[in-house]
Ligand binder design. Structure first.
Ligand code: GDP
Ligand code: IMO
Ligand code: MG
Length: 428
């Protein structure tokens, strides 16, 4: 029963979209299990360049079925836009996309509350994507969320929505001084969503179990990254779901023994969008150079990403939480021509050297990186598809990262396009 998870191993935007598109040639089912349209997964293949927010990145392979699990939160407007855009660009979705009836819906008041909460936090804002993710998961946990299944029973929905909306309107108006939303308008959105999305809602959990029982390959597409995990990340500067391996089980209703491969996707350096501790951040011209060279701007919000050297302390922690059986290293080409390249192997915290991640944010903010230097390389790695064609310096950098991460680097990505990939050892 081979399910393989592809997980963000740092702070998101590691290149999961590219990797899932690349690996999906071997997959029968590709499943999202957490997060929502805070994710932006870029895919570049013969069909063009795509930035996907909800629909799994395996959708371009005709033999695959794409599913969105119960652990994800779905903004129906974004989903409909994505469906329309993909169909317009020739990607057939009929019978190939299924969304769990248990998935929670991101409602207009969630989006409004996300923005109001962020502005109320002032300088302590998390820097969320403003997509309503936090409020939607909060409602889920407080048992006042609406699920896809609720859209399929509109008559029962209206009285529930009335109570839920009254509660949210009270918070919007009395706590934040915002404008209340009208029940009729929100309800009529639900009617539109129900009409257009009903064919896509179904029993995802059953589909996955049936496919696994047949021995088919299921690829679990992570969103965000380990350091943004609600429990294991740099709380409170995290997202509101679990992008780590446990989230894959909960978010799809599968059990740990069904997951035979855990593939961690790391960038050859680090980036982070939004606020929160980032010990290796480069607030200098080297960081600027990487940002512009690599076009490190968010696929969802267009915000400039913060850039830093590879953080092996965070990487080891990420391996500890997820237990990678394989690693994919992306964006190696971005470091072509950089001398030296630094790797953070420890932190200095209040005069002491530490090699594990502090649990408290204040402590983490005080951590200073301890670097080892790597000489770098001159011959380009960009677009290289064969391991032996990598310059010696790049090979030794990859080997050193592998040692520090503590899991085998089986795939190296040398460009954004599907074929710009080196397979050192097949992972599926
Ligand atoms: P995701 O959220 O993890 O799917 O990553 P994003 O799509 O948000 O950001 C990754 C960016 O890196 C995208 O613009 C990709 O096209 C690009 N990318 C992925 N792999 C590589 C690579 O190996 N080299 C380069 N230069 N770009 C890459
Ligand atoms: P992908 O899947 C990078 C960050 C936001 C913010 C924090 C909380 O493309 O890797 P949220 O809107 O989730 O409440 O924001 O998490 N964040 C991401 N950063 N990549 C992502 O997704 C992210 N999804 C959320 O920037 O700091
Ligand atoms: Mg992204």
């Amino acid at each position: 029963m081979p399910a393989h998870a592809v997980l963000g191993a740092q702070w998101g935007d590691e290149g999961k979209g590219k990797v899932v598109d690349f690996l999906s040639g071997h997959a029968d089912v590709v499943a999202r299990f957490s997060g929502g349209n805070n994710a932006g997964h870029t895919v570049m293949n013969e069909q063009g360049k795509f930035a996907l927010h909800l629909i799994p990145s395996g959708i371009f392979w005709p033999q695959t079925v794409s599913v969105i699990g119960n652990g994800a939160v779905v903004d129906p407007d974004t989903l409909l836009r994505e469906v329309t855009d993909l169909e317009r660009r020739g990607v057939e979705l009929k019978g190939r996309l299924l969304i769990s009836e248990r998935a929670h819906i991101i409602m207009p008041y969630h989006i409004m509350l996300d923005r109001l909460q962020e502005s109320a936090k002032g300088s302590r804002a998390i820097g969320t994507t403003g997509r309503g993710i936090g409020p939607a998961y909060s409602d889920k946990a407080s048992r006042s969320g609406l699920r896809a299944a609720d859209l399929l029973d509109l008559r029962a929905l209206k009285p529930r929505l009335k109570v839920i909306l009254e509660h949210n309107n009270t918070i919007i108006t009395r706590v934040y001084g915002g404008e209340p939303l009208s029940l009729d308008e929100v309800y009529s959105k639900c009617v539109t969503w129900a009409n257009r999305l009903a064919p896509f809602f179904g029993r995802v959990e059953r589909l996955i179990h049936e496919r696994l029982a047949k021995g088919q390959v299921v690829l679990l597409e992570g969103a965000q990254g380990a350091l943004l995990d609600l429990d294991h990340g740099t709380y409170p500067f995290v997202t509101s779901s679990n992008p780590t391996i446990g989230g894959a089980c909960v978010g799809l209703g599968i059990h740990p023994k069904q997951i035979t491969g855990v593939i961690g996707v790391f960038k050859a350096y680090c980036t982070r969008v939004g606020s929160g501790p980032f010990p290796t951040e480069l607030k200098n011209e080297v960081g600027e150079r990487i940002r512009h060279l690599a076009q490190e701007f968010g696929a969802t919000t267009g915000r400039p990403r913060r850039v830093g050297w590879f953080d092996a302390v965070a990487a080891r922690y990420s391996t500890q939480v997820n237990g990678y059986t394989s690693v994919v290293l992306t964006r190696l080409d971005v470091l072509d021509g950089f001398h030296p390249i630094k790797i953070c192997t420890a932190y200095e915290l209040d005069g002491e050297r530490v090699t594990d991640l502090p649990g408290g944010t204040a402590e983490f903010e005080r951590c200073r990186p301890v670097y080892e230097e790597h000489p770098g390389w001159d011959k380009p790695t960009a677009s290289v598809t064969n391991h032996k064609d990598l310059p010696e310096g790049a090979r030794s950098y990859v080997e050193r990262l592998q040692e520090l991460i503590g899991a085998p680097i089986d795939i190296i990505s040398t460009g954004p396009k599907r074929h710009e990939t080196i397979t050192v050892r097949p992972v599926i």
